[in-house]
Design a protein around this ligand. Structure first.
Ligand code: B1M
Length: 206
């Protein structure tokens, strides 16, 4: 049944995922197994296909929507069973930049991989990242920028976090970014796409 759930999730068939989820719960499958071997495993498989250009943004978006619907159903059970998220990621698009599609994809993939996500949206001022990183005791701060004019804001956020005494690792990404640029501004991680961002965040957590 969990394999069928993976398949339905990868196909973005939200209603089918929800039916299979209800059935799995009714049959008494442990919530942790449903989450890890059904939902997260499906998103991971899709992430690999996405990275290899075998599926594209629309497929990932519909799968992410199905995943989010399933997570909404599972959330109360997970909280009741005390299953801790794998860590907290504060994410946003930097100040002056309204592009949020790529950032949303990264957030969804991370959520699918079991991280708690605090999504600050787009056009986020550096002090908002600092406040949220403090308030949520973030394990990673994730910054997205799509404009050459706004990617410079990433350095400002990293400096603001340092000035506030927060030694939280920062991952950056977005179309104009390069690994070199990420290194120059002191980001500890860079990912060219949403699926790789999950791998990089996992590395930064260890
Ligand atoms: Co804008 N825009 N835009 N735009 N826009 C670009 C980025 C542009 C390249 C178009 C072009 O000229 N060819 C250009 C930037 C040029 C530059 O700076 N070099 C541009 C411009 C100039 C502008 C305006 C200035 C236009 C104007 O008003 N004159 C203006 C700026 C507004 C602002 O932000 N202040 C503007 C506005 C807009 C819209 C509002 C209309 C709309 C955004 C809607 C929205 O996001 N809600 C928009 C769009 C849609 C685009 C294009 C067409 C598509 C962007 C997109 O969503 N791609 C874009 C052209 C293009 O990229 N082909 C363009 C799909 C998305 C999934 O990819 O965001 O790259 P992307 O995310 C990828 C990776 O980059 C990575 O993973 C994602 C998925 O794998 N990634 C991360 C992203 N964030 C990451 C974070 C990570 C890791 C990976 O870790 C934290």
């Amino acid at each position: 049944m969990l394999e069928a759930m993976q398949e339905a999730l990868m196909g973005g068939r939200k209603a089918e995922v929800e039916i299979l989820l209800d059935r799995a719960l009714a049959e008494g499958l442990p919530t942790r197994r449903i989450l890890n071997e059904g939902l997260i495993a499906g998103m991971e498989k899709l992430g690999v296909l996405f990275k290899n250009n075998e599926v594209f943004i629309p497929e990932v978006l519909v799968a992410a929507r199905a995943m989010n619907a399933a997570l909404v159903k599972l959330e109360p059970l997970l909280i009741k069973e005390g299953i801790e998220p794998k860590g907290c990621v504060v994410i946003g698009t930097v100040k002056g930049d309204l592009h949020d599609i790529g950032k949303n994809l990264v957030a969804m993939m991370l959520k699918g991989a079991g991280f708690k996500i605090v999504d600050l949206g787009a056009d986020v001022a550096p002090e908002k990242f600092v406040e949220a990183a403090k308030a949520h005791q973030a394990n990673v701060v994730a910054l997205s920028a799509l404009l050459t004019t706004t990617m410079v804001q990433m350095k400002t956020v990293i400096s603001a976090l340092q000035t506030a005494g927060l030694n939280v690792p920062v991952i950056v990404g977005g179309a104009p970014l390069t690994e070199d640029y990420a290194g120059q501004i002191g980001a500890r991680g860079y990912a060219p796409d949403a699926a790789s961002a999950v791998d990089v965040v996992r590395q930064l957590m260890t």
